[in-house]
Design a protein around this ligand. Structure first.
Ligand code: ATP
Length: 399
């Protein structure tokens, strides 16, 4: 096992496409790092450069103590797990798992021992003599994992290993991968576009956009302290609501004006985000997580923490209720939010062109005890201590 480090790594493909720019990442010995980002952001390219499957155009990759830029893939001592399991159909599970070891001409008894140990970890003991076609998708994925495990590599490199599984199996295998990685303590880099997978699996999560690292942090920190609008919008489902507002009042009594409403900000906000002190009178991008809003009927009434609107859509999820409404306030439109909207298939600019009154759609996550119905007027309590603030031009978090 080993530390893996990328230092100023860049990739330009032969056709001139720049896929990765100045990527700096250091994955500690035994750490599980998830690389996440929308399609095309360069995460697979980054992983393939570590694996040795893609030439490194700029910078340096080290595995353990060794700079591996010029080391061929087979000598890097890493094991790759792909989304297509790439199993040999004519070989049994046993021989699929042991294939790499046979190539290395290990003694038969040693191969048998390693394969059976891996099969035990993966719950495949009863299937060792089957062919891949007689396995379920989840079992095939396990065989692919088994092949990586028996090699006892310095690092696991996984590229969307669960994306061919159905939703339920994906959740199961996710837990399994987490358990196996913990048990084996192998340094792991895991690529996915699925932010839930990233959040649940990673010791730390690295968010990429257009070849550039946006932020790398433990999942909860990424969620609570996103570095910019892109990370804020990408991590979390439903996504963080983003809306324009104006910071009003002063350091003694800070307020936020949005859509004709005034929210009183707790004094602690300025201690947590001193950067706001120089923003009074400025427009800012405000982020509100859906769960930081609640049906005002269900909470202790608090002045200065309420929005009013009309319910436009109610989605009962069982454990909670998603309530859609709109405020008469301009949307946050930056390159980042446009991109996130494109990814989510929604049309930010279309809504902007729609009329003279600015309007932003929001989603709140109410408790299931709510009685609100479509068309009802609704009072929404906002947890004003949990608001996020971003520079309207650059999209950077205001700290
Ligand atoms: P996905 O989740 O869709 O696989 P990704 O984040 O893993 O996306 P990459 O596959 O690393 O992204 O691709 C990054 C960029 O590099 C994209 O713009 C892609 O079109 C481009 N790219 C990938 N492979 C090549 C190649 N062989 N030649 C030229 N451009 C490439």
């Amino acid at each position: 096992m080993a530390e893996v480090a990328l230092t100023s790594v860049g990739k330009v493909y032969p056709d001139g496409t720049r896929a990765v720019t100045d990527l700096n990442l250091s994955i500690a010995d035994g750490e599980f790092l998830v690389l996440v980002g929308p399609s095309g952001c360069g995460k697979t390219t980054a992983l393939r450069m570590v694996a040795g499957l893609e030439e490194i155009s700029e910078g340096e990759v080290t595995i353990g103590e060794r700079v591996v830029n010029r080391v061929p893939a087979r000598d890097r001592d890493v094991a790759m797990v792909f989304q297509s399991y790439a199993l040999y159909p004519h070989l049994s599970v046993r021989d699929n798992i042991g294939f790499g070891l046979s190539l290395r001409r290990l003694p038969k008894s040693e191969i048998r021992e390693k394969v059976e140990k891996a099969a035990g970890i993966l719950g495949l003991n009863d299937h060792l003599d089957r062919k891949p076609r007689n396995l379920s998708g989840g079992q095939r994925q396990r065989v692919a994992m088994g092949r990586a495990i028996v090699r006892e590599p310095q690092a696991f490199l996984m590229d969307e290993p669960l994306s061919n599984l159905d939703a339920k199996l994906r959740v199961q295998m996710r837990a399994e991968i987490a358990r196996i990685q913990r048990d084996l303590g192998v340094t792991t880099i895991y690529v996915t576009h699925d932010q839930t997978e990233a959040m649940t699996l990673g010791d730390r999560v690295a968010v990429m956009k257009k070849g550039e690292l946006q932020q790398v942090a433990p999942p909860q920190e990424l969620y609570d302290r996103p570095a910019n609008l892109f990370v804020a919008g990408f991590i979390g489902s439903p996504a963080m609501n983003l809306i324009q507002g104006t910071l009003a009042g002063d350091a003694e009594a800070p307020r936020l004006e949005i859509g004709g409403h005034t929210l009183t900000l707790p004094a602690g906000v300025l201690a947590e985000r001193p950067g706001l002190r120089s923003r009074f009178g400025d427009r800012v991008a405000v982020g509100i997580r859906p769960e930081d809003m609640e049906d005002a009927e269900l909470v202790e009434a608090e002045d200065g923490a309420r929005l009013t609107s009309t319910v436009e859509l109610v989605e009962a999820m069982g454990s909670d209720v998603l309530v859609h409404f709109a405020l008469e306030a301009p949307q946050v439109v930056t390159e980042d939010t446009k991109e996130l909207a494109r990814d989510a298939g929604t049309d930010v600019l279309g809504a902007l062109d729609g009329g003279d009154t600015p309007r932003t759609d929001l989603v709140a996550r109410f408790s299931p005890r709510t009685r609100v119905k479509v068309g009802d007027p609704v009072e929404i309590h906002v947890d004003t201590g949990r608001l996020h603030f971003f520079d309207i031009e650059t999209g950077a978090s205001i700290w």
